[in-house]
Each structure stands twice: as C-alpha cells, then as structure tokens.
Design a protein around this ligand. Structure first.
Ligand code: ZN
Length: 334
C-alpha cells in the first residue's frame, strides 16, 4: 500500500510509445503496447522531453501568445504516477487506479445492434483496445483538487497508494471535483458507508446528480449513498455558474456519456480534464463516431468527443482523460 520509495524518483525505464504523426503521448508506461522500448537515463528523458515539447510547439503557427510557451512535459515518478508542470503555479499528477496496464474487448464498441462491428474489427484487428482508469490531482496555489476517485480500494483500486506515493493522504485533498457519477469515478469516495476524503469540499454538476437520483440501478443507489455520506460538503452546481468552482476552474458541459458529463478547464492554463470523452483512444481516434456501450447517448457522446478534441487541438492543450491509455495524458496537434 505504501509507496514512499517512489516519491519523486524518476523511474529508470519508461516505454516510449511512438504514436501516429501529430499525436504526442507525453510519457508512457504502457508496457503491453510498446512499439519501441528504450532504456533512458535522466539525461535522455530530459532530451526526449525537450524533443516532444519543441516538436509539438513547432507545429503551431497561430501566433497565440499562450501557445508560444513550451508545452508541459510529463515525468514518470513511479508505476502509475506521473507529474506535469502545467505552469509556474499549477502541477498535474496522473494517478492510475488500476494496478496494471489493461485492455478491453473491442466488441464493447460495436454499437447498437452491432452496427459498427465490421468497422471496429477492421480498426482494431487484435480484438482488444488499451484502456485504464485514472484520477487526476491538480496542485494550484498550494491547494489540492482531485478529479474523480476510481473504483475504490474495495474493488482493487490503487488510487490511495498512488496518492501516497506523491506524499498526500485523503485528508490533504481540499476539493474533489467529479466529471460524472459512474462507479469507476465515485467508487473511491466511500469505504463502507464512510467518506474517504474527510476534509474535501465536493463539487458535482447538478444535472448529473439529478439524473442518478432518479435511477434505481446499483449506480443510482451508489450515487445517492455517496452524496448523503458527504452531507453539507457537497456542492451541486449549475453548469452556467462560472464562479461555482475553486481555483479558477471552469466546468464545460460534455453530455452524452452521461446526462451531466462534464469537462473542466483550469483557467489560465493549457489543462483540460476530459473525463470519459474517450474509452478506447487507439480505436476511437481513428473514427470519433465510434462509441462504447458505456455511453448513455452515443450520438451526443460522439459530438462532445469531436468538439472537445478539436477544442484542445486548437489551443494545444494537455488532455487528461480518465480512460486514456498510458499515463492518461496526451497532446494532439494538427
Ligand atoms: Zn469511466
């Protein structure tokens, strides 16, 4: 459980995934999906970082002042954890909830009545798609904001160990902000019936909670039980309220995956917390109309996916997605 030996120690080996032209994984620990393996010492990691940063920036000719700054670069800290300095006051930690890199069957993307099965098989002939479950910790102005919580330790989630590996305990979290209320995002909020994050203020899109509160399903019951456990610390906010969130964080509706699925922009930075816009990046990047069975409204989900990936591309943002492979972050360039 305790991983203090990892604290701020760069792993000696990272697996470098070479993506398609224009796509830059920032830092990769996807041992099951390696095209090129390299043993890198600290110096060569720095060289790689500079190459990625300036290589990406060189693609941008828009003249936007923000885009002229070098792109942030990820440092692998230990298994399942990496760190990006987004700007001088904002740090992102990626925290993988699943113990090991994993894949999912491509049939999850066949669509209603298997309408996309031939296309999916053609685009993912191996039959599986890399995936992961991540939470993201943002440290800004010496406050800690956690985005989502994984499945929970009772279901094998390792979020708390990952958090510990960067020196934090659940009680250190100031703000917990949810992209939506599926079990793999809120499962880590409770241990039994008790709140895991004993001090955090909780922010949930009101439209998302209102939906789950009407559902008698196991997920609906979990959502209701979780909100009750956190009591007065829960803030249900309207997506039109631009001042609802702390640290200058802005919520942006990205409906489709769930009725209140939400992305977040940490304002003044290039960071986009993308939630569940993507579940099988390697497959869906080839055709963003492909939706997994997890999307409650597949057509809306596809529209949100296309919109926010283009939005991030235009602004050269770091996309932090809860189910992106590797360490959960990437930058797409044109
Ligand atoms: Zn999810």
């Amino acid at each position: 459980m305790v991983h203090h030996q990892c604290h701020l120690t760069i792993e000696k080996q990272i697996d470098l995934f070479c993506p398609a032209p224009g796509l830059h994984y920032l830092c990769i620990d996807r041992t099951n999906h390696t095209i090129r393996n390299m043993k890198l010492n600290t110096l060569s990691i720095a060289t790689l970082a500079i190459t990625l940063a300036f290589g990406s920036t060189a693609c941008n000719n828009s003249g936007n002042e923000q885009q002229e700054k070098p792109l942030p670069v990820a440092t692998a800290i230990c298994e399942g954890v990496s760190q990006l300095e987004i700007d001088s006051v904002t740090t992102l930690f990626t925290l993988r909830d699943n113990a090991k890199p994993t894949t999912q069957p491509n049939r999850l993307f066949y669509g209603k009545d298997n309408k996309d099965s031939a296309k999916v098989e053609q685009l993912s002939p191996g039959g599986t798609v890399p995936s992961s479950i991540h939470a993201f910790l943002v440290k800004k102005d010496n406050k800690l904001a956690l985005f989502d919580t994984g499945v929970g330790s009772e279901k094998g989630g390792t979020l708390l160990a990952r958090l510990d590996s960067v020196g934090y305990a659940p009680e250190n979290i100031d703000y917990l902000i949810l992209t939506h209320m599926h079990g793999d995002h809120i499962g880590g909020m409770l241990r039994g019936d008790s709140a895991v994050f004993t001090r955090a203020e909780i922010y949930i899109p009101q439209i998302e909670y209102q939906y789950w509160a009407t559902q008698s399903s196991a997920n609906g019951q979990l959502a209701t039980k979780t909100v009750e456990a956190y009591g007065e610390r829960v803030h249900l906010f309207s997506l039109t309220d631009t001042t609802a969130l702390p640290l200058g964080i802005r919520a942006m509706a990205a409906v489709g995956h769930t009725p209140g699925h939400t992305t977040y922009r940490v304002s003044g930075t290039r960071l986009l917390i993308a939630g569940d816009l993507m579940h099988g990046y390697d497959l869906q990047k080839q055709d963003m109309n492909i939706s997994p069975s997890y999307d409650i409204n597949p057509e809306q989900a596809a529209e949100s996916r296309k919109f926010y990936f283009q939005f991030a591309r235009n602004k050269h943002m770091v996309i932090a997605g809860m189910h992106l492979p590797g360490n959960g972050v990437l930058i797409e360039t044109e």
